[in-house]
Design a protein around this ligand. Structure first.
Ligand SMILES: Nc1ncnc2c1ncn2[C@@H]1O[C@H](COP(=O)(O)OP(=O)(O)OP(=O)(O)O)[C@@H](O)[C@H]1O
Length: 445
């Protein structure tokens, strides 16, 4: 069946050109010039995704978005925005739009985003919630922290095995990216990686989502349903927030891990399943065991291969690198010119403790990049909590550490030639000598 895209735009010319391009790719398009027409089309026809202009004559695209999503909550909507209304586009994402594209439209990019939107919409409910979007489909760990580099190496080695892996770390430290990497580097990569957030479901629903049910197993079970264990066959299963899993379900998971067998709810027969387990938690499982909230035997089954992600506050030297990475990503995603941050912004970032870890940093950078109209992001462009935030000794220490490493690398690159090192670093030789002394760097004889 051809997929049908609804284009909501009051410019007929733009619609015609998009319709022509989409037709070549095998999509069908329908056109609405305003919110009412869009709602009417969605009511009478099956629409797979919508493209919605933020400026719809006298109507606000964001209002139309809300009306559409109220009636069709699963409809993926991609906003079209002019360069001047990116902040509104960011608002619309908060209100449920899938993504946004900026004018002038880059058709290839638009199709890419649309395909991601359509794929995400096709995923079962529980996997969609935690499914990677956009560029995250190709995860990349950005770091030069020694503990993280070691962890990346261990991740690659573990990926090649079929061992269950337990990933621990605070929220937003990158556990899901590691899970993606394990699967993508494993021999199972051609099969699905299904993800389920164990904290997102009440016990009976979680049971159903994991193990499925037989027809007639409870009122309303009109047909049999395969749970994620069966749907992930030959692939991997990512059990996120496993520390929040009810004890009864932990017992079933243990059985599945040990015997590779499950039973659907209301089912008599055992079903053999072939999945690789990847679990993650932000909880201290030892503590959970002490409080009888986590099964010791399941923990021992899972902890043969453990990966712990340190919080961002313990690897602050990664902050400048991550900031540059997220700025590049932002520029790329919005076909916008690349931005930088001022030294004062970096200082604040380094001094801050980042309780939400890398995710919080990414959101902060995206927020500032979207709102700042200049090339360099200043403290005033940051969210309010950063504007009133004082910097201190911490920032200085990390800056020194970064500078020391830079000088060391430059020395190695120039074979410890001080003149060339000074030139390479764009500093005078006197400054270089002072810094070598400050950091206790001695050159090989
Ligand atoms: N080292 C990194 N390099 C690049 N991006 C990163 C890195 N670590 C995390 N991210 C990004 O930060 C965001 C949060 O990462 P992720 O979802 O993997 O964290 P998590 O530990 O699974 O979070 P939670 O516990 O809340 O589910 C993602 O958008 C991810 O792409």
């Amino acid at each position: 069946m051809k997929r049908k895209i609804l284009i909501i735009d009051d410019h007929l010319k733009l619609y015609k050109s998009l319709a022509r391009n989409f037709k070549h790719l095998g999509y069908q398009t329908v056109h609405a010039q305003n919110g009412n027409e869009a709602l009417a089309l969605c009511a009478q026809d099956e629409i797979h995704a919508a493209l919605l202009d933020i400026m719809l004559g006298h109507e606000s695209g964001v209002d139309v978005l809300e009306q559409l999503l109220t009636r069709h909550p699963k409809l993926p909507v991609v906003m079209i925005t002019g360069y001047g209304s990116i902040d509104t586009a960011v608002q619309s994402i908060k209100r449920g739009a899938f993504d946004y594209v900026t004018k002038p439209l880059d058709f290839d990019k638009l199709v890419n985003i649309l395909e991601n939107a359509l794929n995400a919409a096709n995923l079962p409910e529980e996997t969609r919630r935690v499914a990677p979007r956009g560029k995250d489909l190709f995860p990349e760990i950005v770091t030069h922290n020694p503990a993280m580099l070691e962890l990346c190496q261990k991740t690659r080695k573990l990926a090649a095995t079929d061992l269950p892996v337990l990933i621990t770390g605070e929220n937003g430290t990158g556990k899901e990216i590691i899970a993606d990497l394990i699967h993508l580097h494993s021999p199972r990569r051609a099969h699905p990686l299904l993800k389920i957030n164990c904290a997102a479901f009440p016990e009976t629903l979680l049971d159903n989502e994991l193990f499925g049910h037989e027809k007639g197993s409870y009122t309303g079970a009109d047909s049999a349903f395969k749970g994620v264990f069966e749907r992930a066959d030959q692939g991997s299963l990512f059990l996120d927030e496993i520390g929040d899993m009810p004890l009864t379900i932990q017992a079933k998971i243990l059985r599945a891990l040990q015997n590779h067998e499950i039973r659907r709810i209301g089912g008599e027969r055992t079903i053999t399943v072939d999945v690789r387990f990847i679990a993650a938690t932000n909880k201290d499982l030892h503590e959970q065991i002490e409080h009888s909230a986590f099964r010791r035997d399941l923990f021992y089954r899972l902890n043969t291969a453990m990966l712990h992600l340190p919080p961002l506050r313990k690897r602050k030297e990664d902050i400048p690198l991550l900031v540059a990475h997220f700025l590049r990503e932002h520029a790329h995603a919005h076909a916008a010119p690349g931005k930088t941050v001022s030294a004062a912004v970096l200082e604040r970032f380094i001094d801050y403790d980042w309780p939400g870890n890398v995710r919080e940093l990414k959101n902060t950078v995206n927020y500032a990049a979207a709102l700042c109209s200049e090339e360099m992001i200043q403290v005033d462009d940051l969210p309010p909590n950063f504007i009133s935030f004082e910097t201190g000794e911490d920032a200085e220490n990390v800056r020194d550490e970064i500078e020391k490493n830079l000088i060391l690398k430059a020395l190695q690159k120039t074979n410890y030639n001080k003149k060339k090192t000074a030139e390479y670093l764009n500093m005078s030789r006197t400054t270089l000598y002072a810094k070598l002394q400050k950091y206790g760097l001695t050159l090989p004889k």
